[in-house]
Design a protein around this ligand. Structure first.
Ligand code: IMP
Length: 176
């Protein structure tokens, strides 16, 4: 595994994003909805970097499981605890890849009457999009590569890495 983004690079960018959101939401109280489990570290650091009153909630949708390719199916696993009526909703994602998850979430949550809806993601892989989704705030745009760390997993592991690493998969040669 190679380090793609160091702890310091991530923290510096999250502070910048927090400052941007503080300016953009000045005078308002954003409601941050983090997508479990991958967005947890980002959600925590980002929320601390926003110098405004805000509220937090979490949602869980089905993810890759043990495979590295998206199946295209998105399923709601855990719904929100609070309603969204009249709120300035910010969906907080770890990574937007094919865009299928985000597309599902924007449709689902957008129908619940928020006053505004914007999307913030730490990482975006635009080369992999299958559906066109609008992302308002992107931490880092990355190539088509599989990454782990800072909340992002491979088969539920590596979420606890403080940096983001790029995984190199080695093909197993057929047994003699
Ligand atoms: P999408 O629906 O294809 O955009 O994928 C979104 C979800 O897929 C993310 O929230 C991640 O959980 C997972 N995912 C996408 N790319 C990666 C990756 O490079 N490493 C680990 N998980 C990924």
């Amino acid at each position: 595994m190679k380090v793609l983004l160091s702890f310091d690079q991530i923290q510096a960018r999250v502070l910048e994003m927090g400052a941007q959101l503080t300016a953009d939401y000045s005078g308002r109280e954003p409601h941050l909805v983090g997508v479990l489990k991958g967005a947890c570290p980002f959600m925590t650091d980002l929320a601390q970097a926003i110098e405004l009153p805000l509220t937090l909630d979490y949602i869980a949708v089905s993810s890759y499981g043990r495979a590295t390719k998206s199946t295209g199916e998105v399923k709601l696993v855990k719904d929100l605890d609070q309603g969204l009526e009249g709120r300035d909703l910010l969906i907080v994602e770890d990574i937007v890849d094919t865009g299928l998850t985000l597309n599902y979430l924007v449709n689902l949550l957008g129908a619940r009457g928020p006053r505004s809806l914007k999307v913030v993601t730490l990482l975006s892989k635009p080369a992999r999009r299958l559906v066109s989704v609008h992302v308002d705030y992107v931490g880092f745009t990355i190539e088509d590569e599989f990454v782990v760390g800072y909340g992002i997993d491979f088969a539920q592991r590596n979420r606890n890495l403080p940096h983001i690493g790029k995984v190199r998969f080695i093909e197993e040669s057929p047994k003699e």
